[in-house]
Write a protein that binds this ligand. Sequence first.
Ligand SMILES: Cc1cc2nc3c(=O)[nH]c(=O)nc-3n(C[C@H](O)[C@H](O)[C@H](O)COP(=O)(O)OP(=O)(O)OC[C@H]3O[C@@H](n4cnc5c(N)ncnc54)[C@H](O)[C@@H]3O)c2cc1C
Length: 283
Amino acid sequence: MIPVAFDYEVAESVDHAIELLGQYGDESKLLAGGHSLIPIMRLRLAAPAVLIDLGKLENLRYVRDGGDHLKIGAMTRHRDLAFNEMVAQHCGIVGYTAGLLGDPSVQHRGTIGGTLSHGDASGDMPSVITALEGSIVVQGPNGERVVKAADFFQDYLVTDLGEQEVVTEVRVPKLNGNTGWSYKKFSRRSQDWAMVGVAAVVERSNGSIGSARIALTAMGATPLRATSVEQALSGAPRDAVAEAAQSADEGTSPASDSAASAEFRRHLARVWTKRAVEEALSR
Ligand SMILES: Cc1cc2nc3c(=O)[nH]c(=O)nc-3n(C[C@H](O)[C@H](O)[C@H](O)COP(=O)(O)OP(=O)(O)OC[C@H]3O[C@@H](n4cnc5c(N)ncnc54)[C@H](O)[C@@H]3O)c2cc1C
């Protein structure tokens, strides 16, 4: 379908984008890569009167060393992350996952700021940033604030973003040599959205598991931490993984839809959590 007619503005800076959001209010939407927004406009599930294009904001397209963390500009494209050496060296799960999203055209246009702001529970990067306990930098008329990933995703397609706010940066910790990671995604075809995904960041300690952070994709309205698995694995021997993973679906509320039943998603969460933690331990 063709989207409902809309007006188009080009933001020359983040301040200008904030000003335009103030001018047009809830009639307007920011446009980044357009790979989530345009499809829902074509389905007429969204009909913004004005699109405010962030595409000219090359100053939001970067990966920088922030000391103990990496700073990633909101307009950094998935493809940039998949091939970035600093990301590969310090936080490989981000680059790996960026290289899994959709197909090459999605990766060349879609941005990290767009995928987090969209807040789709089937999105891969929201779970990865949640497992990393990363944070999201947001700018609005009252200045800048930094929101923890755990507080950013609030409901299905609902985030903590205010009406006049723009995501400008994503911050992820640098992982040390004792920390392994894995993102496992189950889908019918390699380029499909996740039926279920599992992001695992696991710290090894003297041959045992020090701590594990696990976030699940498509197991509820937001990325969900598998807290009972995390607790069972804290300080546990490596052979505890299979049993701990059996509680991966505890506290989740997966949907039944045309892709999978809720029960199948629960099964996948358990199996994929085991495999993700095992892979993280071996990395
Ligand atoms: C065929 C196809 C397959 C895909 N497969 C996958 C997949 O397997 N896994 C996956 O995770 N994703 C997938 N995607 C989605 C893809 O990752 C998108 O790139 C991403 O979800 C949105 O990023 P975008 O830059 O295109 O954002 P846009 O579509 O431009 O924007 C999305 C939303 O975020 C808002 N927004 C954008 N940038 C900002 C900002 N800086 N500040 C505040 N709000 C902002 C917009 O207003 C809009 O509401 C797929 C998309 C397509 C078309």
